[in-house]
Design a protein around this ligand. Sequence first.
Ligand code: UD1
Length: 419
Amino acid sequence: MDYLEIKGGNKLFGEVNISGAKNAALPIIAMSILAKNDVLVSNIPQVEDIKTFIKLLQNLGATSTLDGSNLKINTTSINSTKATYDIVRKMRASILVLGPLVARYGYCEVSLPGGCAIGARPIDLHLAALEKMGATIEIKDGYVIASAKDGLKGANIVFDKITVTGTENIVMAAALANGTTKIFNAAKEPEVVQICQILETSGVKIEGIGTSEITVHGTNKELLNLPKITVIPDRIEAGTYLCAVAIAGGEVTLKNIEPNHLVSVLGKLSDMGLNFEFNDKNIKIISSGALHPVQIITTEFPGFPTDMQAQFMALACVADGVSTIDERLFENRFMHASELIRMGADIKLNGHLATICGDELNGADVMATDLRASSALVLAALRANGTTRVHRIYHLDRGYENLETKLSKLGADIKRLSE
Ligand code: UD1
């Protein structure tokens, strides 16, 4: 198994190219199930989760070629609608095939994703919404069995909680439904917006894109002709590199970003004392060295993203004072705290609240527990005195393209080694 060895203390300088968003590319690939044409997608991030998801579609019978960041996928040859446990267990986002499969084929079986390191993560809201659209849902032998022999029907869906993949699943299902679906309390994340925009370009009538009330006029099973798609930039990868400069010091230009997707993260970094220069799709971050403490509450877009919470905890560990983090979305998303404590951090946890008293960090052996927790450990290591070894980095490989190559080009002392 690979691990990262990082010697702290180097400042970061230069330019880094931000990849396409994993969390946008996944539903886009799922959306290819609604298409009758070859779907061409560029700016696909080269990360493990994408490979896993393409494999899932191949297992169903889809054909695809992935050439660097360009994907061509055709789903007309799908001959199975069963997403099996061996793939779904690797990646919860596999649930994104549920809506498109039942909408197109009227029947599918998708393994229940189960819990994960950051909490129970149920899919009850996805299932209740599909039932409202006329699907029969049964849970049997660890699988969700969804059937809608006569197709899905438009319905009014009110999500009890805002759910990102839930909204994506239902928007995609509604695109092929018979009639109009109104989704209330919909997610407004940029990845959801991109899904809606692609459907709209394909001729599906949609109102309320980017708002909490989305109306989708279904095509009654008429398959779509999807346009050429360019995946939006990864706001979480961008946020992670911004944090890398914040914690290590230096001056770095991030290329191919969307500043509007980063408003809350930039706001918090600015509160912490970082400066920025904007130039179209590029942003330069300038560190003056010191970091002020920060107060964070994770919430839905455009608020502060839970996927940036761990990285900011790493910054808080070396800030000049006491910071607080209130994790409101996932009940168990502080797994990185105990690893940061191994590096000398002063963190007190009380349920979903963390209080972090800034101090120095020292290198240690630490264990990655989930994707974003892993990046927090890498950030902490960039600043820590001495050497840190981050183990179990397969979590990082799920969502960060060439992390160590990008960081070492900026001047970090980081190496991938084998245990
Ligand atoms: C997506 C992102 C993930 C991010 C999260 C929150 C992808 C592939 N993943 O995950 O990186 O951290 O949004 O921004 O895009 N919930 C229920 N029942 C449901 C669905 C969700 O109770 O049926 C709860 C969850 O447990 C959580 C909250 O709703 O507390 C939000 O979760 P949700 O937005 O669904 O997260 P994901 O879409 O799984």
